[in-house]
Design a protein around this ligand. Structure first.
Ligand code: GLN
Length: 434
């Protein structure tokens, strides 16, 4: 029983900000009644979800872990939440995160840090740290996170679970509090590929209320787990990338090398590619992030939500607002933002060129192991965690992270990236790799 596990563990882990015992129990009873009456139940019947605190769930405080929104009780369900509810998923609570998803450690939460169940005393990663910790500690079946530059994959890697960022536009962002709207994507975390596939079959799909939602056919993701996984890598061409390994700690690279061997053993053909724009990725990502975040925070001026964001937010959020305001000044328009957009096109084109000849690009998810909670990092050191994950967001491609092994007892994640709309390929590979 998840409620009991949460009660026991959440005091020390702080993965959940709120647990909805009454609501989840009522939903469980509703499903039971349906079953007893021989009525049809939804595809998620009985599955228990944790939801990141930046996705609107009606009648819950959706604070994005910021004091700015401490009193914001949502009046509606995001599209993804509607779909989960319609399919009889049970929402058990709201999970902790970095303030406004701007971080990689979950330490910047107004509600305090989340501990890493797989490496106690260390950060769980972020920004969806609560969602990853909840899965690692078996407090729910599936959780939702958001990923702007790695926020699903990074904590999945640090906590030793699976996290998946779909192709940009495959999952509706309606009801997600923006960090950087051209990069943000909602996605699931779970302990196995089955959980990821079941969640995707529910949340992926066109949403006419969201302008970046893709209006197209999507595959059935649960097909990936029913197929014979022994042949999954046969006929697949997989690429590693030398620059990914160059920026990564040696201990992590060793584990990734073992994963590459395993994939070769499973029949995959592995080649090495070169991605020459690795140094451009972080500056490009952060410039775009600052400007888009600044613009999305102008509604938090105190009139509607009670606090003016600049008056109550933490250091990192303030840095992004100030930098975003500065960069967006008219006299700079050509200098920073436009150049960042140009660099983004360059990165996107190069990635699509590399992906032309291969099915997947694999490598480490995060270049270093998680630090101890409370350790003081410079902003640039914190940003350095993101170098391998921001690429997928800048390019709009799907990417997943699965546990590759452990270094000194600390989980290490393997990242798999594919062409836009090749999400299913990643799932098949993860299922075979598991
Ligand atoms: N760590 C990155 C940032 O701070 C990514 C965050 C995210 O994906 N939400 O922007």
């Amino acid at each position: 029983n998840f409620a009991t596990i949460i009660e026991k563990k959440n005091g020390s882990l702080n993965a959940f900000l709120e647990v909805d015992k009454t609501g989840s129990l009522a939903k469980a009873k509703e499903i039971d009644t349906k079953l007893n009456n021989g009525e049809k139940v939804g595809s998620l019947a009985g599955l228990v979800f944790g939801i990141k605190a930046n996705i609107n769930v009606e009648d819950h405080i959706i604070s994005a872990s910021s004091k700015t929104l401490e009193n914001y009780c949502s009046s509606y369900d995001a599209t993804v939440i509607k779909r989960i509810k319609e399919n009889d998923g049970i929402i058990i609570g709201i999970t902790n995160m970095d303030e406004f998803a701007a971080g990689s450690s979950t330490e910047s939460s107004f509600h305090g840090a989340t501990d890493n169940p797989a490496a106690l005393g260390r950060i769980p990663g972020g920004s969806s740290g609560g969602s990853a910790a909840a899965i690692a500690a078996e407090m729910c079946d599936i959780s939702l996170g958001s990923d702007t530059g790695g926020s699903i994959r990074n904590p999945a890697s640090h906590c030793g679970v699976i996290g998946f960022k779909p192709t940009y536009g495959a999952v509706s962002r309606q009801g997600l509090l923006d960090l950087s709207m051209s990069l943000d994507q909602i996605g699931p975390l779970a302990n196995d590929t089955t959980g990821i596939a079941i969640a995707l079959d529910t949340i992926v799909g066109y949403d006419e209320t969201e302008c970046t939602s893709l209006n197209q056919d999507f595959p059935v993701f649960t097909d990936s787990i029913t197929e014979n996984s022994e042949n999954a890598f046969k006929d697949m061409k997989i690429a590693t990338c030398k620059q990914f390994n160059e920026v990564t700690d040696e201990n992590i690279n060793k584990i990734i090398d073992n994963s590459v061997d395993k994939i070769t053993d499973l029949g995959g053909e592995v080649v090495e590619l070169s991605f020459d724009y690795i140094d451009l990725c972080l500056p490009t990502y952060y410039l775009i992030n600052y400007v888009e975040f600044f613009s999305s925070t102008r509604k938090y001026d105190g009139r509607k939500y009670g606090h003016k964001i600049e008056d109550v937010c933490g250091k990192e959020v303030l840095r992004r607002i100030e930098m975003g305001a500065y960069i967006s000044q008219q006299e700079f328009s050509g200098k920073y933002y436009k150049r960042a957009l140009q660099a983004r096109s360059l990165i996107r084109n190069e990635i699509s060129k590399l992906l032309k000849d291969v099915d997947l690009i694999i490598g480490p998810t995060v270049p270093k192991l998680p630090h101890k909670i409370g350790e003081k990092l410079e902003p640039m050191e914190m940003y350095a965690y993101d170098i391998l994950t921001v690429i997928a967001n800048l390019a709009g491609i799907p990417a997943g992270s699965i546990k590759a092994g452990e270094s000194n007892g600390i989980p290490v994640g393997l990242q798999l990236q594919a062409k836009p709309n090749d999400d299913l390929k990643i799932l098949k590979a993860m299922n075979a790799f598991e």
